[in-house]
Write a protein that binds this ligand. Structure first.
Ligand SMILES: *Cc1c(COP(=O)(O)O)cnc(C)c1O
Length: 398
């Protein structure tokens, strides 16, 4: 198992996945980033600063909340929620944004760019940019700008420039293309804050390490509360950063099962979902090799999910590798299951989750009743649902 947690190798490979597939002009900046990150990681002052802002600005540690009513209703395992929804800006994305902006400052970059799907990563990046007084440009698909208007306004309030991307499907994939194009052009002055465990090395490793604070906290909190390790961890998987953040510190605990939940959309048929492990295959997209939804010609397929944050054709390379090794199981929840779980969490616990997190809750609803009352589930509640309330009200005809 120790081989698992020391990944990736020096070139950023997680087994056959990962690596660095970029234009020539980005090779040097990625090396520079890797070198600076390695230095920062070993620098106690950097770690201290990182944890200072997580605590004082973001509100860490987040609580590990015993969901008593949901537990009683489901009649099985005890359910604990890791409350990333309580963080400043409303999701786990801020953990990574803080880490990367501190790195950008160390590297003397004065301009920040980012891509965003649902807008949560854009808001987190605009927030930390404002906090440190750095210029910020966020690329966002034009369709997503419409779907997530609230987050567009938030970014603008924070002083960021939001660039709507009108190419292709006008969603996250095209926004990433534009951000990479910007980075190639402005690489001397600019750091690209990528929002998940995806892209070229060192991003998947670096973002994981910034997000592992979720699992580190959860591990000591559950030991304190119950005197034992959990039996099951459940998290939703878009690129995979909140899931790996929770899972990583438990990987060597062989008694702990883990389930990642992808977006099943309208069901597992071409173009109707974003569950890469259901019908996906090996390929290279946007800097890394991983599992993708593609057709026979290698064209990236259209994806669909009710949740913009899970609606992407590829998954982080470390997840593909953990799946190959049987360490983590991956399943999916459909739009309908996620919407039902969204309502259930709101009414049973008084917590309106992000639609992304509702996918994890849908799996909790499946798993808990099959388990014994002395067993324990930790679900990562990756974000709050304010951004999704209008859309959900429409879908549920409230
Ligand atoms: C962005 C987002 C996700 C999906 O991204 P991961 O990198 O897979 O975590 C999940 N939940 C929320 C609340 C998000 O904002």
């Amino acid at each position: 198992m120790s081989a698992l947690t020391s990944a990736p190798d020096r070139e950023g490979h997680f087994g056959p996945y990962g690596g660095r597939f970029v234009p020539e002009t980005l090779v040097h900046p990625l090396q520079e980033l890797e070198t600076e990150y390695d230095r920062a990681r070993q620098d106690p002052r950097f770690q201290e600063e990182f944890h200072y802002y997580l605590r004082e600005f973001c509100g860490r540690p987040t609580s590990l909340y015993y969901a008593e009513r949901l537990t009683r209703e489901l009649g099985g395992a005890r359910i604990y929620l890791k409350r990333e929804d309580l963080l400043h800006t409303g999701a786990h994305k801020i953990n990574n944004a803080i880490g990367q902006i501190l790195l950008a400052r160390r590297m003397g970059k004065n301009r920040i760019i980012a891509e965003t799907g649902a807008g949560q990563h854009g808001v987190a990046t605009a927030t930390v940019s404002a906090m440190f007084g750095l210029q910020c440009v966020v690329y966002m698909g034009a369709v997503d700008c419409e779907r997530q208007a609230l987050n567009v306004y938030r970014m603008k309030m924070l002083g960021a420039e939001v660039v709507p991307v009108t190419a292709g499907q006008k969603t996250l994939k095209e926004a990433i293309n534009e951000a990479m194009r910007d980075w190639v052009t402005n690489v001397r002055s600019t750091h690209y804050i990528l929002g998940t465990v995806y892209g070229a090395h060192p991003y998947p490793m670096m973002v994981r390490n910034f997000q592992r604070v979720i699992g580190d906290e959860a591990r000591s909190q559950i030991l304190e509360k119950t005197g034992r390790l959990p039996d099951l961890l459940i998290a939703c998987v878009g690129g995979g950063s909140n899931a790996i953040g929770l899972f990583y510190p438990f990987l060597e605990d062989t008694s702990v099962r883990m389930i990642g939940v992808e977006a099943g959309g309208e069901g597992i048929q071409p173009n109707k979902h974003a569950a890469r492990f259901q019908g996906g295959s090996l390929g290279v997209l946007q800097g890394t090799r991983s599992f993708l939804l593609q057709d026979d010609q290698g064209q990236i397929q259209l994806t669909h999910s009710v949740s913009a944050g899970l609606d992407y054709a590829a998954v982080g390379p470390e997840h593909a590798w953990l799946r190959d090794q049987g360490r983590v199981d991956y399943t999916y929840a459909t739009d309908d299951q996620a919407l039902a779980a969204f309502q259930r969490l709101a009414r049973s616990e008084g917590i309106i989750p992000a639609l992304e997190s509702a996918h994890a809750a849908a799996e909790v609803i499946q798993q808990a009743p099959r388990m014994r009352p002395d067993q324990v589930i930790i679900m990562n509640l990756s974000g709050r649902g304010d951004k999704d309330v209008a859309q959900t009200a429409r879908l549920l005809k409230l």
